[in-house]
Design a protein around this ligand. Structure first.
Ligand code: TXA
Ligand code: MG
Length: 326
């Protein structure tokens, strides 16, 4: 049985104590819910992979309450300091060289000599990280390969009984995962589009490259770990993209005025607002999956979303949801 904790002082103190003793606690951030473990405790980190049913030891993001705490574990390259000043706390993850003295368990970084670090802005995540006073490794709190959770109910759908506790901080305001930027090579590489837009990053540090950075170690490239996996964030129903018409057998993921004739409709944003659509994306995929199963629909059809700003992250997640499975 997973303990439901309120996002108040008592709940956060209880959650921090559980984390410090090596238990797993899910918590809300501004992006999605994370499945937290004390990053310095190798057994706790290993338990994260078991709870998620993750087949491989993919590297995890370590979470900190502020930049100073993060830069105790990773090297504060000049671009990292600049980006931290601009975007932390917030939905940006930086991949940096791990410091030799770091206490973070090697398994959290999948044995790489780099570490992904992030300072979330959500006040509940902030309070929990301060109370825990240790780096917290946290992948998205879903079973491996499934849609990321943006509410406590989504987390419990996949992980009830498999983790010690969840701190319920309500729906996640951003709704897509953090942007992952690798700063360990000669040029910054955008490994995963997310809550901080490419445009915003480029306005601060200049051009970034997109794709899989050459310096990414073979274990990560080989695994194409979550952000790089082709089929990921997968609902049960097949997903088709850029729908221009729909029929009664299809569940429509609408963006702006909905196409007529679908068997079910979930509206990401009636006004075609990208922030609103990002916040609703994963809940929408889950809702259409459930509704589609109830009504016996054959697939989810997604309307086109422009690939600018947060639309880059939305399109990235939709493409993975639509990719061939297995
Ligand atoms: O918004 C988020 O980032 C959420 C919340 C909970 O913080 N977390 C999240 O974690 O999405 P996860 O495990 O689902 O995705 C971690 C991403 C993966 O794409 C992985 O490839 C990348 O971070 N990553 C982690 N460590 C890395 C490293 N050392 N080198 C390259 N990529 C790394
Ligand atoms: Mg994930």
């Amino acid at each position: 049985m997973t303990l439901r904790l309120a996002a108040d002082t008592d709940g956060i103190a209880h959650a921090a104590a559980l984390l410090r003793q090596g238990s797993l606690v899910a918590f809300g951030t501004e992006t999605v819910y994370g499945l937290g473990a004390d990053a310095t405790n190798g057994q706790a980190v290993a338990a994260v992979f078991t709870a998620k049913g993750r087949p491989h030891f993919n590297p995890l993001i370590c979470h900190y309450p502020d930049a100073e705490a993060a830069f105790a574990d990773v090297v504060d390259l000049p671009a990292a300091r600049t980006l931290a000043a601009a975007f932390w706390p917030g939905p940006l993850t930086l991949v940096l060289p791990r410091r030799a003295g770091s206490q973070v368990a090697l398994l959290a970084g999948a044995g790489l000599d780099t570490l992904a670090v992030r300072v979330p802005s959500h006040p509940v995540a902030q309070a929990l990280l301060r109370a825990t006073a240790r780096p917290v490794a946290a992948p998205s709190a879903n079973r491996s390969g499934q849609v990321s959770p943006t509410t406590a109910a989504h987390v419990l759908d996949g992980l009830d009984g498999r983790i010690a506790a969840i701190v319920d901080s309500g729906p996640c305001p951003v709704g897509v995962e953090s942007t992952v930027l690798d700063l360990t090579g000669p040029r910054p590489f955008l490994l995963r589009p997310g809550g901080v837009t490419r445009e915003a990053i480029e306005a601060v540090i200049g051009p970034v490259q997109v794709g899989i950075a050459p310096q990414i170690a073979e274990p990560v490239r080989g695994l194409r770990s979550p952000g790089l996996l082709v089929s990921h964030y997968a609902p049960a129903l097949p997903v088709s993209l850029a729908a221009s018409s729909v029929d009664r057998n299809e569940a429509l993921l609408a963006f702006g005025p909905p196409l007529p004739g679908a068997g079910a409709v979930y509206q990401l944003s009636a006004t075609a607002n990208l922030s609103e659509a990002a916040a609703n994306l994963f809940a929408g995929l889950r809702a259409l999956d459930a509704e589609g199963a109830r009504l016996g629909l054959s697939r989810i059809a997604a309307m086109p979303v422009p690939a600018t700003g947060l639309g880059l992250a939305i399109n990235d997640r939709l493409q993975r949801a639509a990719a061939p499975r297995g």
